[in-house]
Every structure is written in C-alpha cells, then in structure tokens.
Design a protein around this ligand. Structure first.
Ligand SMILES: [Fe+2]
Length: 175
C-alpha cells in the first residue's frame, strides 16, 4: 500500500520522484537524474546508503523495516513544516506539492507501518525485534547528523552541498 502511493497510485504525474523533480524545477534547479550526486557530501548520502544496504540483504530485513517505519512515521510533521516554510518563502505549488502530498499519505502509512508491517513481521519472526530497533536507531543517528550539517550550513549562509553544484548560488541568509 505504501509503495503504491510512492508510485503515484497508478498515475505517472503523481509518482513521488516526479513530484520531487517538479519541486527542483520550480526552484530553478536542473532535475536530471543523478546530476547532484557528485556534490552531495557523505553525510547526505549516508541515510540513503544505509537504506540500500538494508534493502539489499535479506539478513538485514529487520533493520530495513525499522528504517522504513522511521521514515514513514516521522515524515508527516516534517513535510507539513517544509510546505509551510516554502509557502512563506513564496515558492509555487510545484514546489510545495511534494511535501503536501506526504502530509496526508504518510499519516495513513504510519498506521500501516505500525500494525501491518512491524506488527506482522514481529508476529512471524519475534527474534527480529532487536534488528528492527537497530534500524530505527541507525536511521535516527544518520538523519540527525545530516540535520546538523544542513542546519549548520543554513545558519552560516552557505550551501550544504560540496562546491561547484550546478545552479546553486549563495542562499539567502536566515531570517
Ligand atoms: Fe514519497
């Protein structure tokens, strides 16, 4: 059910990767696939690398479920704040849609994750409880490091990306 929504519930224009590309284009950025990869520092890549690592190894399925649940359960309040912040900065609907889409969808996903995913996995394989907890704690640790990095850059009025990223000028100083 969660992945069905990520893929736009059958509508190509609503695929979440498409909504994120619309956000980038709305902000005047080049949304071609992988273009910014070279400019993302390790601290930014670590959360997605952990997700890939967990997803590629069946032995790490408990950690994967912990990671997946953490993202789905924590995203609605963050998405709400991002949509509000973008509105305050005068961003268009193409920029806010990615986040407004995640406010309601992920509130539903939270229940699915708690009951149908974590609940069902631990009913079947209770010995994976520690792995689920590990996945949750690893995700929180990596996301917190990333948050520190991005907020630090914002407060110092510089980009969180490595130098030379296309279309990135010095951001406006924080208010
Ligand atoms: Fe999504």
């Amino acid at each position: 059910a969660v992945e069905f929504d990520e893929y736009g519930a059958g509508r190509g224009t609503r695929v979440h990767a498409r909504l994120f590309a619309d956000l980038m284009e709305g902000a005047g950025l080049d949304a071609r696939y992988g273009l910014f990869l070279e400019f993302a520092p390790a601290v930014t890549l670590a959360p997605v690398n952990a997700m890939s690592l967990f997803g590629l190894h069946r032995a790490l399925r408990g950690a994967l479920v912990g990671n997946f649940a953490t993202l789905e359960i924590t995203s609605p309040p963050g998405a709400r704040r991002m949509a509000k912040a973008l509105e305050r900065l005068g961003a268009g609907e193409e920029c806010t849609r990615f986040f407004t889409e995640h406010v309601e969808a992920d509130a539903v996903h939270e229940q699915v994750m708690r009951r149908d995913v974590i609940g069902d996995l631990l009913d079947r394989e209770p010995e994976l409880a520690a792995d689920v907890a590990f996945g949750i704690r690893a995700s929180v640790l990596l996301e917190s490091r990333w948050e520190e990095h991005v907020l630090g850059a914002w407060q110092e009025g510089r980009s969180s990306l490595r130098p030379g990223a296309p279309g990135i000028s010095r951001p406006a100083p924080p208010r």
